[in-house]
Design a protein around this ligand. Sequence first.
Ligand code: NAP
Length: 253
Amino acid sequence: MVLDGFNLEGKVAIVTGASTGLGQGMALALAQAGANVVGVASGEMVETKEKVESYGKEFLAIAANLLTIDPVNDIVEKTVKRFGKVDILVNNAGIIRREDSINFTEKDWDDVMNINLKTVFFLSQAVAKQFIKQESGGKIINIASMLSFQGGIRVPSYTSSKSGIMGLTRLLACEWAKHNINVNGIAPGYMATNNTKALRADEKRNKEILDRIPAGRWGLPQDLEGPIVFLASDASNYVNGYTIAVDGGWLAR
Ligand code: NAP
């Protein structure tokens, strides 16, 4: 039956940035679809753990600072030690820094590029090596942005990193399809999370953004539930290298 293709029972998913926001929402969706979840964040993930367990699934919390690639191998090793394998990687952890490009600092460039792009590549590489060792194939989902498609303002390292993510998603799909590895992206629109708190608090920018979203509202973590389960499951086996916008119609405008 067609719905069986979406079932993630017995799968193991690593989700970075699973403590809050979109990462937490996707971790919960994967658990509801049947997966055990490994959450990675620098802080605690008590709420995510409780909710995943409320769906009868296991949750392993790994504390790691993804600003460097130092923890990458450890994340895969701890996952395999606990669950014996990995099937799904969601590269969600990300940060943004806002400043006029004319004043933008090297630190704000490096921090954002490191977590949003460099760590995504090397964690994907470590997980892909495990997929190949398992001979199981696997699913990698990278979280992109509207700024994978557009320029934005005052976020030069973010736009560069998220534009890079979409290209990297295509490249990895081309290289790893022969191992039955799918690498796809989700580009969320303007979503109500900590990441956009400053934007939503700015009355003028908030109104400008809302006026431009055809759906007429900010997106919510729950809006990614269907797309993440689809891309993590067998239902999307012939979808590869593509980034799906989940944006209430923003890019269609
Ligand atoms: P968020 O609410 O700020 O959450 C970010 C997550 O990343 C948290 O779990 C955080 O956990 C983790 N994280 C941050 N720095 C980390 C570090 N150094 N090491 C390990 N984990 C770290 O962000 P969000 O809005 O859910 O965004 C999630 C992803 O979606 C990001 O890639 C973002 O760029 C992208 N996105 C968001 C929007 C939006 O409108 N919100 C739109 C497009 C794309 P800790 O703080 O515990 O480390």
